[in-house]
Ligand binder design. Structure first.
Ligand code: MLC
Ligand code: AMP
Length: 503
């Protein structure tokens, strides 16, 4: 039976004893081993009486088993919903409820807190730990390593990835099999991935970058990955000589450059370094070339669209740009007010259309209609321009968003929490430059008349509610927030004023 995502990424490797995952302990998982694990998991999932199209919410550490769960969902026709391992129980509750997940898979340590949430949703709760232990694998190990893929079409949904909203709660981006496959196959061609590639993989696998860009490209090309649980500088330096390629957020590159052990020699045999998820400073690009002789290939994408543009494999990789629209991706720059297409060179809203563009937000037709035009163009929220040679430049964001080390933080979410704190009249959260994370959030508070907000207590409350990467790095009390004549807080003025806080 046909299941394009499973067939074209996983099924093509059936029976192959070729390496797929190289683990830091020296072990190798072959394609055949991996597919056996996935099939056992698919049998276990179906045993839980899940139906094709059901959502499987997964908050687990990166491991071969966690990746096999993605394959198992594809094979069983289930919608994979990966979640940041840093999310607190309060944050998870929303995703589980909103997606109406039928199964929640989490670490043993999280299961107690999630049990009532899953129960209220009539969802099953199973566990999978970083070492592969837990109730899910226990069950899977008793299953047969063979599973007939559930029939699916390219239009069926493969994944639901949550992305925060500028005004309210997170939105689940619905990604179809065709969205994922078309992008993976294009990137394999554009970036020349082959069965000879060994990708140094240190990204998390709960976001587009580590899951769909990195993993799907390696799967579609038949290559292998050095599969690290997280970015660790010592591991990166030790294992780079065994790799041919690396994908990372800009923080990976600045951290490598910050270590003298990272030399041109260590990177000499590498074929390709790719950066994305946040702006790579032209200065980092240049320092990297001076140190290693390699020009980093920068590309641009997002959860809703996978990858949209890329610098060329052959030809000039231009620092400070994100290259050209990928084949099949149409890109235009429009007037944010009128939606009219602007002339080449003018700055405006970047809109994209193509087989990579998602199907809309899960059960949010109004939000979908506001961002995805009827003619298929998606309004990215990124401001940019196309230069005279066709290179796309991202010059800013029309959306109020902070990107810290490649993770997105929506100021609105922090502001709502800060506004509720004792003694706080109002707040504004801004992103300021940070040497390691690129940007980091700072909370600016205005006290209620006569009150003295307890900043330590407020920070502790924020830390209890929010994932670690969202914690404000600093809280500052101001007399008032600067506003324009319309009463809107002038965040640009605040960003300028606090630009040098950490640099
Ligand atoms: C970790 N911390 C962060 C953080 N990551 N804080 C802010 N921003 C981040 N990104 C916390 C840790 O929990 C820790 O808290 C403290 O900061 C210092 O940790 P660290 O050891 O220095 O950080 P580390 O764990 O090494 O993580 C940094 C990182 C990681 C950059 C390696 O964040 C990372 O892998 N980022 C990649 C994100 C990503 O994949 N984005 C793709 C999104 S998809 P404490 O309390 O212990 O001190 C997308 C589309 C596209 O955007 O185009 O690709
Ligand atoms: P996410 O919603 O996590 O998928 O983040 C997507 C956002 O990351 C985009 O809308 C951009 O703002 C940003 N982004 C991704 N790649 C780049 C890049 N190469 N340069 C600048 N911003 C980027």
């Amino acid at each position: 039976m046909s299941n394009p995502l499973y067939d074209r990424l996983f099924g093509i490797h059936a029976g192959k004893d070729t390496p797929f995952l190289h683990l830091p302990n020296g072990q190798t998982v072959t394609h055949a081993d991996f597919l056996d694990m996935a099939a056992r998991l698919a049998n276990a999932l179906i045993g839980y009486e899940l139906e094709p199209g059901d959502r499987v919410a997964v908050q687990v550490e990166k491991s071969p088993e966690a990746l096999a769960l993605y394959a198992a969902c594809a094979q069983a026709g289930l919608i994979f919903l990966p979640l940041n391992t840093d999310y607190t129980t309060a944050e998870l509750q929303y995703f589980i409820e909103n997606s109406e997940a039928a199964l929640v898979v989490c670490d043993d340590a999280k299961s107690k807190g999630l049990a009532p949430i899953a129960a209220a949703q009539n969802a099953r709760l199973e566990t999978l730990n970083a070492d592969g232990s837990g109730s899910l694998m226990r069950r899977a190990l008793g299953m047969l390593p063979a599973f007939e893929p559930v029939r699916r079409s390219e239009e069926d949904l493969a994944a639901l990835l949550y992305t925060s909203g500028t005004t309210g709660r997170s939105k689940g981006a619905m990604l179809s099999q065709a969205n994922l496959l078309s992008n993976a196959e294009t990137l394999v061609r554009e970036w020349r991935f082959s069965a000879d590639d060994v990708l140094l993989h240190a990204l998390p696998i709960f976001h587009t970058h580590g899951l769909f860009v990195a993993t799907n490209v390696v799967l579609a090309s038949g290559g292998s990955m050095i599969f690290l649980p997280k970015f660790d500088l010592d591991d990166m330096l030790r294992l780079m000589p065994q790799a041919t390629s690396m994908m990372g957020v800009p923080t990976f590159y600045t951290r490598l450059l910050g270590d003298d052990r990272f030399t041109g020699d260590l990177a000499r045999h590498m074929r390709l370094f790719i950066s994305g998820s946040a702006p790579l400073l032209a200065e980092t690009h240049e320092r990297f070339e001076t140190r290693t002789g390699h020009r980093i290939l920068e590309r641009y994408g997002m959860t809703e669209t996978n990858m949209n543009t890329s610098n060329p494999y052959d030809g000039e990789r231009r620092a400070g740009t994100v290259g050209f629209p990928l084949p099949d991706v149409e890109l235009k720059v429009t007037d944010p007010e009128s939606g009219e297409t602007l002339r080449q060179g003018e700055i405006g809203m970047i809109e994209v259309r193509g087989p990579n563009v998602f199907q809309g937000y899960w059960q949010m037709p109004e939000k979908t209609a506001a961002e995805l035009r009827e003619d298929g163009f998606f309004i990215t929220g990124d401001l940019g321009r196309v230069d005279e040679d066709g290179y796309v430049h991202i010059v800013g964001r029309g959306k109020d968003l902070i990107i810290s080390g490649g993770f997105n933080i929506y100021p609105k979410e922090l502001e709502m929490l800060l506004d509720d704190q004792p003694g706080v009249l109002e707040s504004a959260v801004i992103g300021v430059p940070h040497p390691d994370f690129g940007e980091t959030p700072v909370g600016l508070l205005v006290a209620e008349p006569g009150a003295m907000p307890d900043l330590d207590a407020i920070m502790a409350n924020a830390q209890a509610e929010l994932a670690r990467f969202k914690h404000p790095r600093k809280l500052i009390v101001l007399d008032a927030l600067p506003r324009n004549t319309m009463g809107k807080v002038q965040k640009n003025a605040l960003r300028e004023r606090f630009a040098k806080l950490f640099t």
